[in-house]
Design a protein. Sequence first.
Lengths: 392, 525
Amino acid sequence: MLKTTPFHARTAPLCVSDAWRRWAGHVVASSYELTHEREYHVIRVAAGLLDVSPLYKYWVRGRDAARLLDLVVTRDVRKAAVGQVLYTPWCDHAGKVIDDGTIARLDEQSFRMTSAEPGLRWLQDNAVGLQVEITDVSDSTAALSLQGPMSWPILESMGAPPLKYFRLASATLHGIPVTISRTGYTGDLGFEIWVDAAQAIPLWDALIDAGRPFGVMPTGLLALDMARIEAGLMLIDVDYVPARKALIASQLSSPFELDLAWTVNLNKERFIGRAALAEEKARGPQWLFVGVEVDWNSLERLYAEWGLATRVPGAAWRMSVPIYARGEQVGYATSGAWSPLLKKYIALAHLRAQWAKPGTPLEMEITVEHRRKRAAITVVKKPFFDPPRKRA
Amino acid sequence: MKRHDAIIVGGGHNGLTCAAYLARAGKKVLVLERRERIGGAAFSDEVFPGFRFSVFSYVVSLLRPEIIRELELARHGLQILPLESTLTPLANGDRLVQWSDHDQNRAELARHSPRDAEAYDEFGVLLHRMARAVKPLLRMAPPDPASLHPAELLDMLRVGRYFRELPQKDLHALWKLLTMSAADYLDEWFESEALKGTKSASGIIGTLLGPRSPGTAYVLLHHYMGELDGVFRAWGFAKGGNGSVSAAIAAAAQAHGVEIRTNASVSRIQVKSGRAASVVLENGDELVAGTIVSGADPRRTFLGLVREENLPEDFAAAIKRYKFRGASAKVNLALGELPRFTCLPEPGPHMRGAISISPSVDYLERAYDQAKYGEFSKRPYMDIVMPSMLDPSMAPPGKHVMSIFVQYAPYHLNGGWTDEKREAFGDTVVNTLAEYAPNLKSAILHRQVVTPADIERIVGLSEGNIFQGELSLQQMFFLRPAPAWARYRTPIHGLFQCGSGTHPGGGVMGASGRNAAMEILGVRA
């Protein structure tokens, strides 16, 4: 049986589309309204309220908590200040990515780790001999993500403390104890609010009430998918295969290949995958994960051949689409979307390193009237959308 | 005297677009704007503290996608939010809502007429094809079928070939759209009065014509050509109001090196031996440029800035005959709470779309009848949007702005527009709307009424016509604004036009500005 989240009593009646998506064994609304259009725009103009409870959450505490996490992930956890949140991948011993998520330092000896896949066993196995307690709080902690330019005015009106980008603080919202982190998956100004599952419903109600004057709307995963592509953020199982699920070597990815070189801290003496990653860094990655933009005129011509108006996808797609250079396949796109905000057709793609430089002209397969065609594309810098308000 | 390659008179959205394209091609361009702020009628203002309005034009959709792309308007701050529905409240407490979701829309239409629900999709497909058929014309200077000029013949040939490729039934449909009234055309498709009323309203916008006047079916198509994200008939609202459209185009223009001067009122364009020589400002400054482009409407350009004695007689006569007859007004309301429509009182997605007071074709035609004889409509047609529902930054938290486009408010009102008449008209609008939303009056915090006379006075559009001249067939395509002078050129060498008074005409479209730039640069579409 699929699980529902602690917000289900509120989200279910709101979900008039009856469109749900599975996420880590739970059901979460794909869109609440009949179409996801407005929910997408609300993230960029007001504030979307997303139920992100299905994330796996672990509470890691004890004298050696920082040591354990520092050993497991590629970033330097020991240097993280109390109240800081780190986004980081973690790798196997061969330096291939197992998962990615966040680590929040709640105090000197206590952290909350989020992940897309269950990670309890991996943490436990690496904690042998360390003084650390690992608790799976996935079900007991509910989480909401409030994303968009109005997210701060809403929280401010509820008396929340100001937060810098990727910082977290405890707060009380309408009498409900929560932690708020300035994080999210939209590339916009946004926050995630963590609460005891027992208090989930009152928190939802409080946020909806406080958010109404600011245009808040419950927002589903279809809208989030478009926003995260605009933000250039990858998604596990869609944009990369986690190392534990890979069947053949070519399905594996290193952080370098996923454009996460900035998260690999080789100054750390010891962490899982270090040796392999040091070697790869010296050698240079074979593949790179990049953004591409489809050339409109090229797309228009392909449709015009059939007497059709140019068609663009109304929702984000997730599939593998070949990319070519001079007729040879040199990579593949894994997610794409028409960005109504940027008025561009964008995609995230894996390219052989020599073709991955921004500005490189390539071609991507497009199916027009059941025929496979190739549209001109250009490699561009990620993120596609990066508003100053995200960090301001 | 500083020399520019081109001077654009008027910082409206077309003038700015033209300037941006010229500068993009390497020209040194100066834009002169009479007012203290750019944008012309695409202008946002905090009319009342905390409440921002698109004071005049209020929606986007006709803005050409190629302009958004080529000038990178998204990068320069343009953010378009879709208007997803159209609510038509009815006097009996019922309503008709056209939704963007197909199933929801079909169920709602079927409630009124199962036949209409079926016809709706087919109608949509036909208009999609018609819009696609006409779309290439929007991107080019319109060739004159009577001209023997080689370039025009070539264009004519291209258009001819294009139309020859259209299936016969599409050609027939197109001819009908060009000649029929919106009401007659819709009668061939639908039976529900509310649907026909609301759809025919697109045919009368900006024009002193009623839904039963021939030629209005084309205006319906003109409004169908709006395109968002590859979808025709999609309307949107610019975050921050329509001033944001102008601001984004201006930012793109400036990024290409355009100089924009505000508070720079042009008093005349100097003509020396048949050539536009310079622009003289009201403060006496004289500015010289090889090319002078007017974004002002044809009357202001030729009879105001250039002066009749510099024009060939037949051309001057044609410009004098060119019809304006503004018929539209705006009422902008600051609201303390959301209006509660009797037909759908609770707040919901219908408040994020358009609200159309157009219960039937008769209702609209009756509204027109009064305007025909110089009175404003006692029960006017209204197209209403509440931008704060889409963009909360338009109003203080929990409060709202409402933009009401109203017809008919004839420019040539019996006895002329006065302050009393303006307020009486504002009362009529509010009273009419309050019949559908009884709490409206108590929700109003502030009210701004903009009559065609105000539009003329503030923005400079002759007779307050929002399209710089009626979109009626005798002054469209190769006849806009005058026979033989439809290709952005004028009888005066070095003087061009780039406003909505040229092909393809009105709406925040930018096509005239872009096409004019291409013509000046000698680029074939």
